[in-house]
Design a protein around this ligand. Structure first.
Ligand code: TYM
Length: 333
């Protein structure tokens, strides 16, 4: 079976971007019996960006409930919390000792922080912790510990998967061929969803539409999507519109064409946003109900995660033993 693995960092409330870009396609892929799927909550990664314990804790609960509510079957998929698998940080150290510092100097997230500091006239490394710097190594450990073949991610994560390949290649060359070289899978049909301000929808930009808002609040958020100042009746350009882009992510091909025609005919923004809310709401309403139920019953979520961790470790411990042996960490006799 092809091993498919992906994770979400637990730094906030899951949003439409996570749903369209990661959760919905991952759940589809898990139904394919030629795949064995590993989906996890990246709570160690969360600590890099977030020093707020309550936020990390709450987010872990919300993201776990979201996966389950959206139809993930924990019997079929290996579904776990990163921090429940101690082999991940253990492998992370073995990989850290073999990763060139120069490779990490080139990682986007670190470079972006350095560039921002430099522009502001600060010390380049101001506010940069070692977690951010070696973030891609922890991600490599997530992937390599399970010998994942495919890692479905958004475009922003491709560099990290390439680094994981690089690190795996180095390990295989230096010690022994223990690791499968993972491949990033970026589905061109899956959009990078735009947020309220037209930039990529992202927790760090504060421009998200949370996934499970009650209908009225969902409408309120959708109403905040930035639009240009065209009057009702004026033709609108669908291809530069966030409202249309989100519509595309939820609509059938026929509905996309219908909305394209309405844009041409100059539908008012208020009306377009009402239709958008109804469309999104119709798709997520059943999952939202399950989500509310699970959030009121956290023991069910915890149980699923504990069972998932056990399963995950059953895949991880043998490889970890081999890896320790390969690097020379063995009993004396
Ligand atoms: P994170 O938590 O930033 O995002 C989780 C997933 O959601 C996708 N995504 C989006 N897709 C479409 N439109 C958007 N606006 C949007 N925003 C986010 C991301 O591409 C991603 O697939 N480092 C990872 C988590 C991680 C991981 C891993 C992933 C840790 N270890 C190992 C794969 C394999 C991250 O921060 O994703």
């Amino acid at each position: 079976k092809q091993r498919v693995l992906t994770g979400i960092t637990t730094t906030g409330t899951p949003h439409l971007g996570n749903y369209v870009g990661a959760i919905r396609p991952a759940i589809e892929a898990s139904k394919d019996d030629s795949n064995l799927s590993f989906y996890f909550l990246a709570d160690y990664h969360a600590l890099i960006k977030c020093g707020d314990p309550e936020m990390v804790h709450q987010s872990t609960k919300e993201i776990a409930a979201t996966w389950l509510a959206c139809g993930l079957d924990p019997e079929k998929v290996v579904f776990y919390r990163q921090s429940d698998v101690p082999e991940i940080p253990e492998l992370c150290w073995l990989l850290t000792c073999l990763t060139a510092k120069g490779l990490m100097n080139r990682a986007h997230a670190y470079k972006a922080a350095v560039d921002e500091n430099t522009e502001a006239g600060e010390d380049p490394d101001f506010g940069v912790n070692m977690g951010l710097y070696s973030y891609p190594i922890l991600m490599a450990a997530d992937i390599l510990l399970f010998n994942a073949n495919k890692v479905p991610v958004g475009r922003d994560q491709i560099q990290h998967i390439e680094m994981a390949r690089d690190i795996a290649g180095r390990f295989n060359h230096h010690y022994s061929n223990k690791f499968v070289l993972p491949e990033a899978v970026v589905d061109d049909n899956v959009a990078v969803l735009q947020g309220l301000d037209g930039r990529k929808m992202s927790k760090s930009y504060g421009n998200t539409i949370p996934l499970f808002l009650p209908t009225k609040k969902l409408q309120k958020h959708i109403n905040k999507i930035k639009t240009n100042l065209l009057e009702p009746g004026e033709a609108k350009d669908p291809d530069t519109s966030t409202v249309f882009q989100v519509w595309q992510a939820f609509a059938t091909p026929e509905q996309v064409e219908e909305m394209r025609a309405k844009f041409q005919d100059g539908i008012g923004w208020g009306d377009a946003k009402k239709e958008l809310c109804a469309l999104v709401d119709a798709e997520i309403a059943p999952a939202r109900e399950k989500y509310e139920e699970l959030m009121g019953n956290p023991a069910v979520i915890e149980q699923a995660l504990l069972e998932g961790a056990e399963k995950a470790r059953s895949y991880a411990t043998d490889l970890m033993k081999e890896l320790r042996d390969a690097v020379g960490i063995r009993k004396i006799i």
